[in-house]
Design a binder for this molecule. Structure first.
Ligand SMILES: *[C@@H]1O[C@H](CO)[C@@H](O)[C@H](O)[C@H]1NC(C)=O
Ligand SMILES: *[C@@H]1O[C@H](CO)[C@@H](O)[C@H](O)[C@H]1NC(C)=O
Ligand SMILES: *[C@@H]1O[C@H](CO)[C@@H](O)[C@H](O)[C@H]1NC(C)=O
Ligand SMILES: *[C@@H]1O[C@H](CO)[C@@H](O)[C@H](O)[C@H]1NC(C)=O
Ligand SMILES: *[C@@H]1O[C@H](CO)[C@@H](O)[C@H](O)[C@H]1NC(C)=O
Ligand SMILES: *[C@@H]1O[C@H](CO)[C@@H](O)[C@H](O)[C@H]1NC(C)=O
Ligand SMILES: *[C@@H]1O[C@H](CO)[C@@H](O)[C@H](O)[C@H]1NC(C)=O
Ligand SMILES: *[C@@H]1O[C@H](CO)[C@@H](O)[C@H](O)[C@H]1NC(C)=O
Ligand SMILES: *[C@@H]1O[C@H](CO)[C@@H](O)[C@H](O)[C@H]1NC(C)=O
Ligand SMILES: *[C@@H]1O[C@H](CO)[C@@H](O)[C@H](O)[C@H]1NC(C)=O
Ligand SMILES: *[C@@H]1O[C@H](CO)[C@@H](O)[C@H](O)[C@H]1NC(C)=O
Length: 516
C-alpha cells in the first residue's frame, strides 16, 4: 500500500512537471510563432483515385484548374513510382519507393495496410512528423485498399498523426460503405444527400475548418473515390458528357507489338463490346469527377471566407493514371506506359507565382518531403527517397536541383487458381474483363528507369520467363509504339541497366545520387 502511495505521489509529481513543460513549450512556440506571425503555412491535399492526365482526365475539372492550377503551378511531368493504388498511396504517405516500404499490391499479403506496414513504414509516414510540428490534421475518404478490414485492425485502428479521421473501409465506393469516424464505424446507405462520399468528405472538411484553433496550422487530406469504379455519378451529373468517347490516340486499339507477354495477348482489333465498355467507363469517370470539382470549389471558398487562403498550399493530384483502349487493353492501370504512370499535379500557395507551367520531373514520393519542407521540418532527419519540390514552384523560398531520372516499380497481381471473371484462362492472371482480356499477371512484374532531362528515354526489365526488356524513345515516339531495344547503342543500354540495378536498392539520398 505504502509503496503504491509513493508511486502515486511520484506519478502526480511527474504529471505536474509534464504539464508545466507542455504549457511552457506552447508559450515558447507562441512567442516564436504568434509574435513573428511566421506560423508555418496550412496545407490541403486533394488526392483522386485513378485519374489520368494523358487522356484528358483534367478536362472536367474547370473550377479546380482555375482555382488551383491557374492560381499557381501545373507540373507537366508528374509521375507515380508505382501505378497501382495501395503501393502508390503507401509511397505518398512515406515518401519511399515500394522496395523500401514493402507494399507490393492491393492485398494484405502484399502489405496493403498490413500489421507489418502499420508497425514499420506507417509509423514514419508524414502525418507523424506534421503532428510533431503541431499541425491540426484531418483525413477524409479512401485510405489504403485494405484499411478497416479485420486483419488490418478493424475501424478502431487509426494511423498515427491524424487528429480527425474519416476514412473509408476498403476500396473506393460512392454509396453503401462504412467509414471509420475517429475509430467508430459509421455505416452509409445510398441517399444522395446523406451518403454520396465525395460530397460527404467535402462537408466534413468544412466542419473541421470551422472548428480550428487559429494558433496552429492545419493539414487536410481529401481522398474522394472518383474516378475509380464503380463510377457512380451524383444525380445531377448522370447525363453529363453524354456524347464523349475515349480519345483515339496513337496507341488506341493498336496491337502490343514487340512488347512483353501480357501485352501480346489482347484481341486486336478490339471487339465492339470492349470498345463500348471502355467508352461508357470513360464517360462515367468524367461524371464522377464533376463532384470533385465541386469539392475543390467548396474548400477554396471556405478558406477564402476564413481569410486563410493566402497562407495555404493546395495540392491536387491522383494516385496514378489510367488507360482506356491503349494497346487494346480495355480499362485499368498497372502498366509502365505513360497513361498509367503520369499523374495530374497542380499546386497553389505562398511564394508560387500564378499561371506557371513547370517541366521539372516530380514524383509522388516527393509529396511527403514537400509537405514537411513547408511545415519547417528538418528534412535531413527523415529517411525518405523523395525530395522536396518547393524550390521548383517557389524559387524565392528555396534553392534546389532537378532530378535527372527515377524508378518505377510494379509487382504484378495474379490468381493462383484462375480469375473468376474468366475461369477458362487458368492461373497467373487477374482483372480479366471485359471479354477475357487480362490487365495484370504475376509476370507483369517490372522495374523501369525513366530519364527526362538530358534524354527522354524509358528502360524496363521484366521478371518473367523471357527476362523481357522494353526501351522507348519518348522524344521520337511519345505513344511508345516502337520497342527500340535492338536499335539502341549497347553502351547506353548497359548504362541504363546499371542505373536500374542501383535504383532498385536505393534508399534515401542514394535515390537521387547523380553518380548513377
Ligand atoms: C512486408 O513488409 C515487411 C516489413 O516492412 C517486409 O519485411 C516484407 O518483406 C514485406 N512483404 C513483401 C511481400 O514485400
Ligand atoms: C445499396 O444497398 C441496398 C441494399 O442492399 C441496395 O438495394 C442498393 O441498390 C444499393 N445501392 C447502390 C447505389 O449500390
Ligand atoms: C453536404 O452539405 C450540403 C450543404 O449543407 C448538403 O446539401 C448535402 O446534403 C451534404 N451532403 C452530404 C453527403 O453530406
Ligand atoms: C445528351 O444530353 C443532351 C442534354 O441533356 C440531350 O439533349 C441529348 O439528347 C443527349 N444525347 C444523348 C446521346 O443521350
Ligand atoms: C492574408 O490575408 C489576411 C486577411 O485578408 C491578411 O490579414 C494577411 O496579411 C494576408 N497575409 C499574407 C501573407 O498576405
Ligand atoms: C493566366 O493566364 C491566362 C491566359 O494566359 C490569363 O487569362 C489569366 O488571367 C492568368 N491568370 C492569372 C491569375 O494570372
Ligand atoms: C538538420 O539536421 C541535421 C542532422 O541531424 C543537422 O546536421 C542540421 O544542423 C540540421 N539543420 C538545421 C537547420 O537545424
Ligand atoms: C539560393 O542560392 C543563392 C546563391 O548561393 C543565394 O544567394 C540565395 O539566397 C539562395 N536563395 C534561397 C531562397 O535560399
Ligand atoms: C500480393 O503479394 C503477395 C506477396 O508477394 C502475394 O502472395 C499475393 O499473391 C499477391 N496478391 C495478388 C492478388 O497478386
Ligand atoms: C506469364 O504468365 C502466364 C500465366 O501464368 C504464362 O502463361 C506465360 O507463359 C508467362 N509468360 C512469361 C513470358 O513469363
Ligand atoms: C530519340 O529521338 C530523338 C528525336 O528523333 C533523337 O534526336 C535521339 O537521338 C533519339 N535518342 C536515342 C537514344 O535514340
Amino acid at each position: 500500500m505504502a509503496s503504491s502511495g509513493v508511486r502515486d505521489t511520484r506519478r502526480r509529481g511527474r504529471q505536474r512537471r509534464d504539464m508545466c513543460a507542455a504549457v511552457l513549450f506552447t508559450l515558447l512556440l507562441c512567442v516564436l510563432r504568434c509574435a513573428g506571425g511566421d506560423k508555418p503555412s496550412n496545407i490541403v491535399v486533394i488526392l483522386t483515385d485513378d485519374q489520368d492526365v494523358e487522356l484528358g482526365g483534367m478536362t472536367p475539372m474547370k473550377k479546380a484548374r482555375s482555382l488551383i492550377g491557374d492560381a499557381g503551378a501545373y507540373f507537366t511531368n508528374a509521375f507515380t513510382v508505382a501505378p497501382l493504388c495501395c503501393p502508390s498511396r503507401s509511397s505518398i504517405l512515406t515518401g519511399r519507393y515500394p522496395h523500401n516500404h514493402g507494399v507490393r499490391n492491393n492485398s494484405l499479403t502484399g502489405n496493403c495496410s498490413s500489421p507489418a506496414w502499420q508497425k514499420g513504414p506507417e509509423s514514419l509516414a508524414f502525418p507523424v512528423y506534421l503532428n510533431k510540428q503541431l499541425y491540426q490534421t484531418f483525413y477524409g475518404g479512401k485510405y489504403l485498399n485494405q484499411y478497416g478490414k479485420k486483419e488490418a485492425g478493424e475501424v478502431s485502428y487509426i494511423p498515427p498523426g491524424w487528429d480527425q479521421w474519416h476514412a473509408l473501409v476498403g476500396d473506393s465506393k460512392y454509396y453503401n460503405y462504412s467509414l471509420s469516424v475517429n475509430g467508430k464505424e459509421e455505416q452509409h446507405g445510398d441517399h444522395y444527400d446523406q451518403d454520396y462520399l465525395t460530397d460527404l468528405i467535402a462537408n466534413r472538411s468544412l466542419e473541421f475548418l470551422d472548428k480550428l484553433s487559429p494558433q496552429r496550422p492545419f493539414f487536410i487530406m481529401l481522398s474522394p473515390p472518383a474516378a475509380h469504379s464503380p463510377w457512380t455519378a451524383a444525380p445531377e451529373y448522370e447525363g453529363a458528357f453524354n456524347d464523349t468517347t475515349a480519345p483515339r490516340d496513337g496507341s488506341f486499339n493498336k496491337p502490343g507489338k514487340d512488347k512483353h507477354w501480357l501485352l501480346r495477348q489482347p484481341l486486336n482489333p478490339m471487339s465492339p463490346s470492349s470498345i463500348k465498355f471502355l467508352d461508357d467507363a470513360f464517360r462515367k469517370r468524367w461524371q464522377t469527377l464533376l463532384s470533385v470539382d465541386d469539392l475543390v470549389e467548396k474548400v477554396v471558398k471556405k478558406l477564402m471566407d476564413l481569410q486563410v487562403l493566402n497562407n495555404t498550399y493546395i495540392f491536387y493530384t491522383s494516385d496514378h493514371g489510367y488507360h482506356t483502349g491503349q494497346f487494346s487493353l480495355p480499362i485499368g492501370k498497372r502498366h509502365l506506359y505513360e497513361c498509367d504512370i503520369r499523374v495530374p499535379l497542380m499546386v497553389r500557395g505562398p511564394g508560387i507565382k500564378p499561371n506557371q507551367t513547370l517541366q521539372a520531373p516530380v514524383l509522388n514520393i516527393d509529396l511527403a518531403p514537400t509537405f514537411l519542407d513547408i511545415a519547417g521540418f528538418n528534412l535531413s532527419t527523415v529517411n525518405m527517397d523523395g525530395q522536396s519540390f518547393l524550390h521548383h514552384m517557389a524559387p524565392s523560398l528555396r534553392n534546389g536541383t532537378t532530378r535527372p531520372y527515377f524508378l518505377v516499380e510494379h509487382t504484378g497481381e495474379g490468381h493462383s487458381d484462375s480469375d473468376p471473371a474468366c475461369p477458362k484462362l487458368g492461373p497467373g492472371l487477374s482483372h480479366c474483363f471485359p471479354d477475357c482480356i487480362c490487365e495484370d499477371a504475376f509476370n507483369n512484374t517490372y522495374a523501369c528507369v525513366r530519364m527526362l532531362t538530358d534524354k527522354n528515354l524509358q528502360y524496363c526489365e521484366f521478371a518473367d520467363s523471357e527476362s523481357f526488356v522494353e526501351v522507348y524513345n519518348l522524344t521520337s515516339d511519345p505513344h511508345q509504339m516502337e520497342n527500340i531495344l535492338k536499335k539502341v547503342d549497347p553502351t547506353l543500354l548497359q548504362a541504363m541497366n546499371q542505373r536500374l540495378i542501383k535504383l532498385q536498392s536505393c534508399e534515401g539520398s542514394t535515390c537521387w545520387d547523380k553518380k548513377y
